[in-house]
Design a protein around this ligand. Structure first.
Ligand SMILES: Cc1cc2nc3c(=O)[nH]c(=O)nc-3n(C[C@H](O)[C@H](O)[C@H](O)COP(=O)(O)OP(=O)(O)OC[C@H]3O[C@@H](n4cnc5c(N)ncnc54)[C@H](O)[C@@H]3O)c2cc1C
Length: 368
């Protein structure tokens, strides 16, 4: 992973999860990397669920990217921990359902994964009750039909990971500039940036990796790229809550409860998320009804969840590509790549996206 033919000068624009992963990997491989970003990141709103094996399909691009990311997370975790970082991943994920169609799909999925040698177990209602009695799961609602346990999927804290990737990257030579990039200019096959903080960045870059989420399109538009390449994306707002649970509730691993995620946090806290509200921007108010439905697990919330106290409420925006599948990983011009539109899985797909960038740059290095 560390061998490169030729060092390239790379600017990564945007320090969300995708930009942090990309800047870290390219720095680690020996490239000369500058990460330039405004402060606010959609990624810090994310719950950090890593849902790779529970993906319904078993082939195709999305499946491959998910599997590649999970493998890389394992390798990156070892590397970061070796350098003194925590790089925590809470492995294991429950998928629980009240819906009979969903329950059938879960059983088929678990059977298929078992055939592939991937650890996934089926739990009917009685088996789930046993898990509650053993203290593995908290008390669940009466109508619950069944669920599956996926041992390799899991959850991480995106903000903690971004901090650690940045810190480790900086220890290896990554430069960080806190500024908005306002313009991309192509000069003789290389690239120059205009920064809001100090007007001009005089550096000349071999490569620009645009990881600016929804804002990416505005950056590319002056180059005439926004319409011709089907790059349109829409915002999909997500609201989430941090709750303080009543005493005695034991939750060790994350639960996806008919699409709503419950993530255990230190001190008996829980993250609950997230709503799906297409067309709403970060500066618009999310729906109160959507938030209420989520908080009540669409009417299936067990008593302890109804009693939990709201500590924090936040919202963030996902970038959903409208004309092509997520994520958009595309070289648009020589030395210019777009890495955005990760929609609901930008944390999971961060490492595989970074590896895509590294492959493009390293293949180019071989040719020149
Ligand atoms: C509530 C919620 C829950 C989610 N939960 C999960 C989950 O459990 N698992 C999962 O995998 N995904 C989850 N997601 C999705 C995930 O958050 C996104 O897919 C991911 O954050 C996308 O990361 P990104 O780096 O592409 O974009 P962003 O995080 O939006 O980062 C873009 C960065 O670019 C910067 N920027 C923008 N314009 C400029 C400019 N002109 N110059 C310089 N910098 C600029 C911004 O400041 C920002 O730092 C969730 C999303 C939400 C909203």
């Amino acid at each position: 992973m560390n061998l490169i033919n030729k060092q390239k000068k790379v600017a990564v624009i945007g320090a969300g999860f995708v930009g942090c992963c990309t800047a870290w990997l390219l720095t680690k491989q020996g490239h000369n990397v500058t990460l330039i970003s405004t402060n606010s990141s959609g990624s810090s709103a994310a719950l950090g669920l890593l849902m790779a094996d529970v993906f319904q399909r078993s082939s195709g691009r999305s499946w491959r990217l998910r599997q590649q990311s999970m493998q890389l997370f394992g390798e990156w975790q070892q590397h970061l921990q070796g350098a003194g970082h925590q790089a925590k991943i809470n492995r294991g994920l429950w998928l629980l359902t009240n819906n009979s169609n969903q329950w059938q799909k879960y059983q088929m999925l678990a059977e298929e994964r078992s055939k592939q040698g991937i650890g996934m177990e089926i739990f009917n209602a009685a088996a789930l009750k046993e898990q509650v009695e053993l203290g593995v799961l908290p008390p669940l609602s009466e109508g619950l039909i069944g669920g599956i346990w996926s041992s390799r999927d899991g959850q991480l804290d995106p903000t903690e990971w971004m901090k650690e990737l940045l810190l480790d990257g900086q220890n290896k030579g990554l430069k960080y500039i806190n500024s908005k990039v306002s313009q991309l200019t192509q000069i003789d096959g290389s690239w120059q940036l205009s920064l809001e903080a100090n007007n001009k960045d005089n550096e000349i870059y071999d490569w620009l990796m645009v990881c600016a989420g929804l804002e990416s399109i505005a950056l590319l538009a002056p180059l005439g790229l926004s319409n011709t390449n089907n790059l349109a994306m829409q915002p999909v707002l997500g609201q989430a809550l941090e709750l303080k649970l009543p005493a005695g509730i034991n939750l060790q691993q994350s639960i996806n409860w008919d699409g709503i995620n419950l993530v255990p946090r230190p001190d008996n806290h829980l993250w609950l998320g997230a709503t799906l509200e297409p067309g709403l921007n970060q500066n618009q108010a999310g729906s109160i009804d959507a938030l209420k439905d989520m908080q009540q697990l669409n009417g299936a919330a067990p008593e302890w969840l109804n009693q939990a106290k709201v500590i924090r409420h936040w919202q963030g925006v996902r970038a959903q590509p409208l004309a092509q599948p997520a994520p958009v990983l595309e070289q648009l011009l020589p030395g210019l790549c777009l890495m955005a539109g990760h929609y609901r899985n930008g944390i999971l797909l961060g490492p595989a996206s970074a590896m895509w960038a590294a492959t493009i740059i390293n293949e180019d290095s071989k040719d020149n």
